[in-house]
Write a protein that binds this ligand. Structure first.
Ligand code: ARG
Length: 247
């Protein structure tokens, strides 16, 4: 009898240790939505999500003392997911615009970007003005690049991802791609010299983290973590690993 009790106690003890190990820690889990089709900020290397903002997300988590769970979804779904609170935040090269601010909170900005044009290596398009006459321009759906093209009355063809947009360019189906500058460079570099990025910054944008509208306390926590990463130089270091300069 005594032996059985001891044995049971041992089994229970082992079970407790195992279940604790399975939980990992009792830290709060913060859910993050991203669209990992946006090199060098977030993209897949095989099965693994990597990129400057993925590294930034883990660095933020450490400062905030939380665990994170990153989910890859369409860009527009990431935005809505943050706006509705389905995810605690979206980190996805998101430009903080006045329009979006009506539906979501934004953290402090951490990166400056602009829209850039990709054309084929032999294209006669050299400036944004050349896109006007009858040219078809492709872009990623739901982005500020798409909005810029719509606002300027260009003929557009939107794709779910930037890489589909550039594939259409290389296939001769569209005349140009408009996408965030660093991403334009990264995508163009994958095309073996078939494309080039024009040296014209068409917009002035700033990336920030999207959070549910009115979730001010959490936004303040995130801002504190961003400020800490800026202050100790680690944000600069993270972005530099991907050849991205922040000032
Ligand atoms: N900066 C642009 C925007 O906010 C494009 C972002 C696209 N991001 C992505 N991960 N696909 O609309």
């Amino acid at each position: 009898m005594k032996k059985t009790v001891k044995f049971l106690a041992l089994v229970l003890a082992i079970a407790t240790v195992l279940s604790l190990a399975a939980c990992g820690s009792d830290k709060k889990v913060v859910t993050i939505a991203t669209n990992a089709e946006f090199p060098p900020f977030e993209y897949f290397e095989g099965e693994k999500m990597v990129g400057a903002e993925i590294d930034m997300a883990y660095a933020l988590a450490e400062k905030m003392g939380v665990e994170i769970e990153i989910t890859h979804i369409d860009f527009d779904a990431a935005l809505t997911g943050a706006a509705t609170g389905k995810y605690d935040m979206a980190i996805s090269g998101i430009t903080a615009t006045d329009d979006r601010r009506k539906n979501m909170n934004f953290s402090d900005a951490y990166y400056k970007a602009s829209q850039a044009i990709i054309v084929t290596a032999d294209s006669d398009i050299t400036t944004a003005a050349d896109l006007a006459d009858g040219k078809i321009v492709s872009c990623q759906e739901g982005t500020t690049g798409e909005q810029y093209l719509l606002d300027n009355d260009y003929m557009i063809q939107s794709f779910k991802t930037g890489s589909e947009a550039i594939t259409a360019l290389v296939a001769g189906k569209v005349d140009a791609v408009v996408i965030d500058d660093a991403v334009a460079k990264a995508l163009s570099a994958e095309q073996n010299g078939k494309t080039k990025v024009l040296d014209e910054a068409m917009t002035k944008e700033e990336y920030a983290i999207a959070i549910k509208l009115g979730n001010d306390e959490f936004t303040a926590e995130v801002n504190e973590a961003i400020a800490a990463l800026k202050a100790d130089g680690s944000l600069k270091e993270i972005f530099a690993k991907y050849d991205l300069v922040i000032d």
